[in-house]
Design a protein around this ligand. Sequence first.
Ligand code: HEC
Length: 295
Amino acid sequence: MRNLASIFRIIALVAIAWGGIELLFETEPGQLAVLAYPKTLIFLGVIALVSIAIEVSVAALRFTLFKSLSEEKQEKFLALENKQVNQLKAKFENLPKLLTRSRPIEEEGEIELDHDYDGIRELDNKLPPWWIYSFYASIIFAAIYLVRFHVFDDYTQVEEYKAEVAQAEIDIARYKETAKDLVTLETVTLMADPSDLEAGKQIYTNNCVACHKADAGGGIGPNLTDEHWILGGGIKNVYRTLLEGGRPGKGMVSWKNDFKPSELQQVASYVLSLQGTVPAEPKEPEGEIWVEEIE
Ligand code: HEC
């Protein structure tokens, strides 16, 4: 019992210290501060060691003091301790009764009412305190609610809903900003930001010019500046071509293992930004004229 209490105290202390560290240190959502700042683990370790040391010394001190008592006093001491433990136990055992105020079955005769419905009798049980106080709390809540929303016309549910949707949209936009690589074939959009197009141009220059030429006029691969497309134009199709490659054996491979989704989106957008430019030696058009479907 005593040992158990010691262990419990040590764990509680370390847990409180840990909680404090998590509160004090700023981390990205979902990340534990103790992992982000490993030095805090040393701190927790020290706390654990110190508290173990304290528990051990207190136990040792207690033992020596106890031994120094006369036998009679030792017995008295133990009896007193037992009494305290028993009182504590009795309190715990009484807890359900305190919470429900129910009468034991032997005493039910005292609270029986003289209502008798064909042998079904009624008991005058007390309402359980947990129930009655929740009931009072709900009355208070209702009164405040009534005054706030029906007398003073604070916001309506529709307004609340709209505010939450607006906030969610802000959150989603912020999330997408940090998680650009969430783009998929379904969600990919044309990028217009000059820095994105510049990044796309870099990738194009380093990887694509061998077959498509620097001005995209075409060589082994088709001309990318005209409105004819073999595999379909528009951001979704071009993105798909980069993701999955061209028709087998033609030479256009999938680039999905070389670049992140956001990078593929940048190259695809760069390629499309070349539409209508005039290359030095344009390859003759291949494929169909692509017309963007307007939704
Ligand atoms: C080894 C040569 C080669 C390289 C390198 C290459 N391509 Fe291609 N590309 C081709 C060929 C060949 C095709 C035609 C595929 C087909 O007919 O299915 C093609 C098709 C395409 C298409 C579709 C054109 C259409 O008409 O539908 C796009 C877009 C494209 N490439 C972009 C790129 C980009 C961007 C890169 C660099 C990341 C790249 N390609 C690298 C050879 C290449």
